[in-house]
Design a protein around this ligand. Structure first.
Ligand SMILES: Nc1ncnc2c1ncn2[C@@H]1O[C@H](COP(=O)(O)OP(=O)(O)OP(=O)(O)O)[C@@H](O)[C@H]1O
Ligand SMILES: [Mg+2]
Length: 453
């Protein structure tokens, strides 16, 4: 069932219940108030009669007194203590016969339903004791048909019933209009989602009115999500185009040297060796590049980190030992305390540190200093070199993928321009950051900030 239909049925049913309840209260209150008013009228009438009549008068005289008090369908009687009627006047004999006389000690009223000519009639009877010399000598009984009330009751019932039907009808129409109004943005969203599903192209929802409600919030959130998706898709496209571009150069070199070898053979040994060497070095470059691509992909997905406690001094000492023997460079480790414990993914942190030291090795020739420090918030790993440095205006760019300050030089050093982007991702996964400060021709300081908590 459509949600609009559901809302419609539910609100209509609820409004119908409320209408029926309210109408029932109105009807019952009306009946109660009217009957009470009738009681009060009759009691007043009885009091006036009792004041006027004298039981010692002749029967004719008493009846003369009583007759003016008769209304449309009523009877007035005086009953003696043995429940016998002594005097009675009536203009509704049939009705009077059906009401048994009662002698009472105190005022009382009664409602009685009698059937008369195939229809039920409600009558109200009041009984008031008549006192003489402090003694209860009789009861004045007045009975009246509530014919006015019956008619009013019927009219009221029909008015209330038609109001209920009309109310329910309006509730249904209003409910339909309201649910359509509420559901419109959701329907828009569903249509947009279906479009996206069919075309595979992210698309935003058009927000027509500033309603500032939950539905607008939902649409805005949806649009934000689509925005992110578009951004990511754009990044992916850019990455594929950059990566293919990067791979194209070494592949072209390999192909041309391989062609050369095919054409000329290996008669000229020096020439052939040169070609093979170039092919080997370009293939190595491609291999390194693809490794970097995989590293980047691994750090860009929100992969779960395998965090554990580790000794940073020990970790850096091992890294430096490996790099020192591989590159034959002077790398010094400086630390304030002999052991610094950090919580991190060991392999990833190691990769980020290697990326910084690798840059220092590539872009400098002097010694390299690695400092380990702990401040209030972070553990800081600083790699300092005294090499070519980076122009100030380039510092903001070097974290971008494939960005290299000096492309020609990078070819010599084998740089792919992905190292810092990977290091940045790794630190982001650890809720930390990478900062670089540098002076051209003087040297570079690259720092990794690892938050303590
Ligand atoms: N210590 C440094 N001294 C001078 N320039 C640097 C230094 N570190 C980075 N750079 C500049 O920033 C650029 C980007 O560095 P990044 O580490 O991302 O890439 P790369 O070193 O070129 O290649 P990769 O690290 O992927 O092998 C480098 O090409 C270089 O121009
Ligand atoms: Mg690098």
């Amino acid at each position: 069932m459509k949600i609009t239909t559901k809302i419609n049925i539910m609100t209509s049913a609820w409004i119908l219940c409320v209408l029926v309840a309210v109408n029932a209260i109105v009807f019952l209150s009306f009946m109660r108030i009217t009957v009470n008013m009738e009681d009060t009228d009759l009691y007043q009438k009885a009091d006036s009669i009792i004041k006027e009549i004298n039981l010692g008068d002749s029967s004719e005289e008493i009846k003369e007194h009583l007759t003016p008090y008769l209304s449309m369908h009523s009877f007035i009687r005086i009953i003696q203590p043995d429940a016998k009627i002594t005097h009675e006047v009536t203009n509704a004999e049939e009705m009077a016969e059906k009401v048994k006389p009662h002698f009472v000690g105190k005022k009382q009223s009664e409602r009685k339903i009698i059937s008369e000519k195939h229809r039920e009639e409600q009558i109200v009877i009041v009984r008031v004791p008549i006192h003489s010399n402090g003694q209860n000598v009789g009861t004045l009984e007045i009975g009246e048909k509530l014919s006015g009330l019956e008619a009013a009751k019927d009219v009221l019932l029909s008015i209330l019933a038609s109001c209920t039907i009309l109310g329910a009808l309006f509730a249904m129409l209003g409910g339909r209009w309201l649910s359509n109004l509420i559901m419109r943005p959701i329907s828009n969203m569903i249509n947009t989602m279906e479009d996206i599903e069919q075309s595979g192209i992210p698309k935003k929802i058009v927000i027509q009115h500033e309603t500032r409600d939950e539905l607008q919030k939902m649409a805005v959130t949806f649009n934000r999500m689509i925005g992110r998706l578009e951004e990511n898709l754009e990044k992916q496209k850019q990455f594929i185009s950059d990566a293919s571009h990067e791979l194209k150069t070494p592949l072209t070199v390999i192909k041309s040297f391989a062609d050369h070898l095919l054409r000329r053979g290996i008669q000229n040994e020096a020439d052939a060796l040169d070609a093979i060497e170039t092919i080997h070095s370009e293939a190595t470059r491609i291999q390194k590049m693809t490794e970097r691509f995989l590293d980047l992909a691994a750090t860009e997905s929100a992969a779960v980190l395998e965090k554990k406690q580790l000794d940073l001094v020990e970790l850096c000492r091992n890294i430096i030992k490996q790099l020192q023997s591989a590159y034959k460079r002077e790398i010094y480790l400086h630390f304030a305390t002999p052991s610094i414990t950090v919580t991190a993914d060991e392999l990833k942190l190691k990769q980020a540190i290697i990326i910084l030291i690798d840059n220092a090795i590539k872009y400098s020739t002097d010694k390299i200093d690695v400092y380990l420090n702990v401040n209030e918030l972070n553990t800081v790993i600083k790699v300092k070199d005294y090499g070519i440095g980076i122009p100030e205006y380039e510092i903001q760019n070097i974290f971008e993928r494939f960005y290299r300050v000096d492309k020609a030089r990078s070819r010599e050093t084998g740089g792919t321009g992905l190292g810092l982007a990977i290091a940045k991702n790794i630190m982001k996964q650890h809720h930390g950051e990478v900062k670089i400060s540098s002076t051209e021709g003087v040297g570079t300081e690259a720092e990794l900030f690892l938050p303590k908590s």
